[in-house]
Design a protein around this ligand. Structure first.
Ligand code: SAH
Length: 457
């Protein structure tokens, strides 16, 4: 039977009552059973909505007027929240954000994994869900002869001129503003995307949350940075706490922020930060968790689920710079990490050394290839920890986990949908998911992280 035609047309104005939220935090309302997704709409709210896109089975709308408000709606503290693409849910109370994320995980378990029996705990949130990010990279542009630095507007490359980002560490904010002002004073031109001309492309700042070390990275198209010495002196004057000023040269026409060529202009190539009692050296290119406070919460939970006594052999697959591996190593006999990006493995090894941890070994390679090889070499892990990217675990990797038959599996995930899919495969392969603890690593955004605990049946 042919589907009926959508009951609405583009540009039509409709009255809508929101019933639900999407994973991204958009409101969902229905017209004759046809769902419209509307950013910033909350369940229970009645609104006038303009239809902006009509597809066969669903459409998108824009909120024009709110007639009835959800009591959990709050005024977003950020001035540019409705233009910027960085945060999605500042208009919800923090309590509502956490409930939405828990529901998202529960829904994925039920609908995708058929795992309705698995307890999904309340999301562990932050005491203060603002100013948690330790890294910012802002594109630089020009407007009316002045330099501007800010995020891109949603779905565009227009830079929003902004002076504060409320989820950033305050020193990142102030540093971006200082560098912008100093560069402007010395007549540094911004990068012109269209013609691949100009100099300053991005201002990147990283702050050690616990050490308060600050690193500034000036990403330029050209090798030469005009008035380099004066600019460095002024940045140091404005920010005596700056430990590292680095220039990264990216001559390419690309959306990728960093180029291949990095040189230190002042101080060291690294800053340091700590998570728990582990030190990390962070270079401009290093992957490092952007919210160390909640990273600690997440990994403490992973450690608790791993229930190590000091005798175990542990595999940490998708180990990145070895954050989890180093946490685990303190309580295990031996940890084997595997990661596909060679630079991350180099960082992992350096971080192990920095912390005098000698029972962690790191390998470069695809986890799904390295695991069967380890097995053939006689490695029998007691516990396997995985922390894959959004697309989840490779099927081959899930199979080698089952082949290795560990007592326990701890699955850390940034995507509830692929987590649910993979947990189903592990359940069918003889494991039982005991519980899932979601953690709010990115307040004000729709993302949620989970730690799951599985035992051999
Ligand atoms: N636990 C890590 C972060 C994991 S993020 C930390 O805290 O540092 C996921 C990681 O998986 C990334 O570092 C990515 O490079 C890596 N990765 C992606 N595909 C992979 C594969 N097939 N094999 C091994 N590692 C992979």
């Amino acid at each position: 039977m042919a589907k009926p035609k959508p009951p609405v047309q583009k540009n039509q104005t409709v009255e809508l009552t929101f019933e639900d939220l999407t994973h991204e935090g958009d409101g969902v309302g229905k017209i004759d059973g046809y769902p419209l997704f509307v950013p910033y709409g909350l369940p229970g709210e009645k609104a006038t909505v303009k239809v902006v896109k009509v597809k066969k089975n669903f459409g998108f709308g824009k909120l024009l007027d709110l007639h009835e408000k959800n009591p959990e709606r709050v005024d977003p503290p950020c001035n540019v929240f409705f233009q910027c693409g960085g945060c999605q849910i500042q208009h919800m109370s923090y309590d509502m954000q956490l409930k939405m994320k828990q529901k998202q995980v529960k829904d994925a378990m039920r609908k995708i994994g058929h795992l309705e029996h698995v307890p999904v705990h309340q999301v562990r949130g932050m005491k203060d869900p603002w100013r948690y990010r330790n890294k910012v990279q802002m594109p630089v542009g020009e407007r009316d002869g002045r330099l501007v630095a800010g995020f891109y507007q949603k779905r565009s490359h227009n830079i929003i001129d902004m002076d504060t980002c409320v989820v950033q560490d305050e020193s990142n904010d102030r540093m971006v503003e200082a560098v912008r002002r100093i560069a402007e004073r010395y007549g540094v031109r911004s990068y012109d995307e269209e013609n691949n001309r100009g100099v300053l492309r991005h201002i990147m700042v990283r702050t050690g949350q616990n050490t308060k070390d600050v690193m500034v990275v000036l990403v330029t198209r050209t090798k030469k940075l005009p008035n380099q010495d004066e600019i460095i002196d002024e940045i140091r004057d404005a920010f005596p706490s700056v430990k590292s000023i680095v220039q990264n040269v990216n001559p390419k026409r690309t959306n990728v922020v960093l180029g291949d060529d990095t040189k230190v202009l002042y101080g060291e190539e690294y800053i340091y930060d700590t998570i728990g009692d582990i030190n990390f050296a962070i270079s401009p290119e290093s992957f490092y968790q952007v919210n160390p406070t909640q990273t600690k919460t997440l990994y403490d939970q992973a450690l608790e689920y791993a229930a190590l006594s000091g005798k175990e052999q542990v595999i940490d697959a998708y180990c990145g710079i070895g954050t989890i591996s180093l946490f685990l190593a303190r309580n295990a006999r031996k940890v084997y990490g595997v990661e596909v990006v060679p630079e991350a493995v180099a960082d992992a090894k350096a971080n192990a050394k920095l912390n005098h941890i000698e029972n962690a070994e790191f390998y470069v390679g695809q986890a799904e290839k390295v695991m069967p090889w380890w097995k053939s070499q006689g490695l029998n892990p007691d516990v396997i920890v995985v922390d894959p990217p959004r697309k989840g675990c490779d099927e081959q990797l899930l199979q080698s986990m089952l082949d290795m038959n560990p007592e326990r599996i701890v699955y850390v995930s940034c995507n509830p949908s692929t987590l649910a899919r993979d947990l189903r495969i592990l359940e069918d392969g003889g494991y039982e998911t005991k519980e899932i603890q979601p953690v709010d690593m990115f307040p004000q955004t729709s993302h949620v992280e989970c730690v799951s605990w599985l035992e051999k049946k």
